[in-house]
Design a protein around this ligand. Structure first.
Ligand code: SAM
Length: 229
């Protein structure tokens, strides 16, 4: 279902509508996870039977699971933004919003990769800085990592996940945290420097290099323990 096209201006949550009135509201108390999938496919021509060959789409699926779900529940107030920088039409950013989510057809790797595939299909003909809704709570934009994080840096609390960052236990989180991390590949040094220049605070969840999805669970847990929305 494709219901409209949005064009970005400089404010991420104040998009200008082109075809249909559906402005993205600014929502306080929101947790935003920004995953950079460096080899993740930016077009839908990948096989659900070979997720490993699709830039390790199974890692993206694990991140979505840990961001949106906990036992028998969907979290409220969570958005996952996945930037796909791999072939064949980069960049593409898929955003999944927990509060308006319809059925994803399950939360196994294949089902979630299927949702991404549908989103990328809906976004095939987007021009730069355009966005379209693909499914309930699922949007796809032709938008780069740099453009996305620049908007978050202008909003406030903004963290980049790094093993050598500030210990998460020494940090008092802001209510609406935005957290950036990479998939199985490290963030390019240039992007690391860009994030720091934008004011992102490096954040560590511990001494071991973990899977990105494990970092999400730990960040959620810390925010839950601090009693943040
Ligand atoms: C699987 S790791 C990337 C591994 C990659 N080979 C590297 O050396 O960066 C995925 C991402 O999770 C985050 N991450 C992993 N362990 C972390 C830790 N202990 N503290 C903070 N972030 C971590 C980082 O953003 C990292 O880029």
């Amino acid at each position: 279902m494709v219901v409209g096209v949005l064009r970005f201006n400089s404010d991420l949550y104040n998009n200008t509508l082109i075809t249909e009135l559906k402005e993205l509201p600014y929502l306080p108390f929101m947790r935003d996870f920004i995953l950079r999938a460096r080899k993740g496919p930016s077009s839908p021509d990948f096989s659900l039977d070979e997720l490993g060959r699709a830039g390790h789409m199974e890692i993206v699926a694990h991140c979505i699971t840990n961001a949106l779900f906990y036992s028998l529940n969907i979290r409220t107030g969570v958005r996952v933004h996945i930037v796909f920088d791999g072939p064949a039409a980069p960049p593409k950013t898929v955003r999944i919003e927990s509060d308006s989510l319809g059925s994803l057809g399950g939360f196994d790797e294949r089902a979630l990769a299927g949702v991404i595939k549908q989103a990328l299909q809906a976004g095939l003909h987007l021009s730069l800085e355009e966005e379209v809704q693909a499914l309930d709570g699922v949007y796809v934009a032709k938008r780069s990592f740099e453009s996305l994080v620049r908007d978050f840096s202008a909003r406030g609390a903004f963290y980049t996940m790094q093993k050598r960052g500030t210990d998460i236990r020494d940090l008092e989180f802001a209510e609406d945290a935005a957290v950036v991390f990479s998939d199985h590949l490290s963030m390019p040094k240039k992007a690391d420097r860009f994030l720091i220049r934008l004011g992102a605070e490096p954040l560590s969840v511990g001494p071991k290099m973990l899977f990105a999805s494990q970092c999400i669970a730990l960040v959620h847990n810390e925010l839950d323990r601090q009693g943040l929305a």
